[in-house]
Write a protein that binds this ligand. Structure first.
Ligand SMILES: NC(=O)c1ccc[n+]([C@@H]2O[C@H](COP(=O)([O-])OP(=O)(O)OC[C@H]3O[C@@H](n4cnc5c(N)ncnc54)[C@H](O)[C@@H]3O)[C@@H](O)[C@H]2O)c1
Length: 254
């Protein structure tokens, strides 16, 4: 099966770095025109420069926690790149803190991006571009922390709550927008081998990977391939689903 997005426009939030960048790269390599939305202006410019060598890529600097700025940014993307077929929402704040230490400001910061921003981005893209054309595919980023409890030191009540909200927003969006031919799914990654984790001490890495049946963390490319599958016509009958990508960790309760 060759998954292609030729002639399609995809918006990738959080695509300036990390897993979102790899999603943007996979989409552009699969033929999509890609709009990358991110708060980090320098990383965004660098990503657009690199990925622009592979296809049509534009960057849009936006803080997703500023809800009033979301709809105008979506309008600008439509004007400059065309109607939006695919929305991939990788933007997120990774946070870790024990429950007794989380402040109200930290709670709001995490929820505003990982939950509120995710909803209002879906609302803007569906209202402006997908509902009027009766088509579209959305893939949100949940996390294994959004579907089950996490042991110390990985615990983080605000992050877990925000990703649990992403799960429910995905299911609710799938139900409400199905009548417009719009599918909404999410990926729930377990540990991913990020740039930071590549330099982690061997003991820490051993502890993180030993209990996982496949004995390693996911590569960003392995998350991106799940995302692009869900976004594509190959998943045309799949909606409201949360695809856990964790090497089997959740099956054995890691
Ligand atoms: N890395 C992991 O192990 C892991 C595990 C499970 C889920 N996830 C989820 O995967 C997604 C990507 O994670 P990552 O590891 O690549 O993280 P990352 O920090 O490298 O990338 C996140 C991106 O989101 C952007 N972003 C953050 N706040 C924003 C805002 N207010 N407005 C616009 N953009 C904003 C950042 O600038 C960054 O480019 C996140 O949603 C994260 O919660 C990651």
């Amino acid at each position: 099966m060759d998954i292609r997005f030729d002639g399609k426009v995809a918006v990738v939030t959080g695509g300036a770095r990390g897993i979102g960048y790899v999603c943007a790269q996979t989409m552009v390599e699969s033929g999509a025109k890609v709009a990358i939305v991110d708060i980090l202006a320098d990383n965004l410019a660098e990503a657009v420069k690199k990925l622009g060598q592979k296809g049509e890529v534009k960057g849009y600097c936006l803080d997703l926690s500023k809800v009033g700025d979301i709809a105008p940014t979506v309008s600008k993307i439509r004007e400059e790149m065309g109607e939006i077929d695919v929305l991939i929402q990788a933007a997120g704040i990774l946070a870790g803190a024990p429950a007794d230490k989380i402040t109200e400001a930290e709670w709001d910061k995490v929820m505003n991006v990982n939950s509120k921003g995710v909803f209002f981005m879906m609302q803007a893209v569906t209202n402006q571009s997908m509902i009027p054309r009766n088509t579209g595919s959305i893939v949100n980023f949940a996390s294994i922390a959004g579907v089950r409890g996490m042991k110390e030191p990985m615990c983080s009540a605000h992050y877990s709550a925000s990703k649990g909200a992403a799960v429910q927003l995905t299911k609710q969006g799938a139900v409400e927008w199905a009548k417009y031919g719009i599918r909404v799914n999410a990926v729930a990654p377990g540990g991913v081998l990020s740039e930071g984790m590549k330099n982690a001490p061997p003991e820490m890495m051993k502890n993180a990977t030993e209990p996982i049946p496949l004995k390693r963390l996911s590569k960003p490319e392995e998350i991106a391939s799940g995302v692009c599958f869900l976004a594509s016509e190959a998943a045309s009958m799949i909606t409201g689903q949360i695809l856990i990508i964790d090497g089997g960790g959740s099956v054995v309760g890691v």
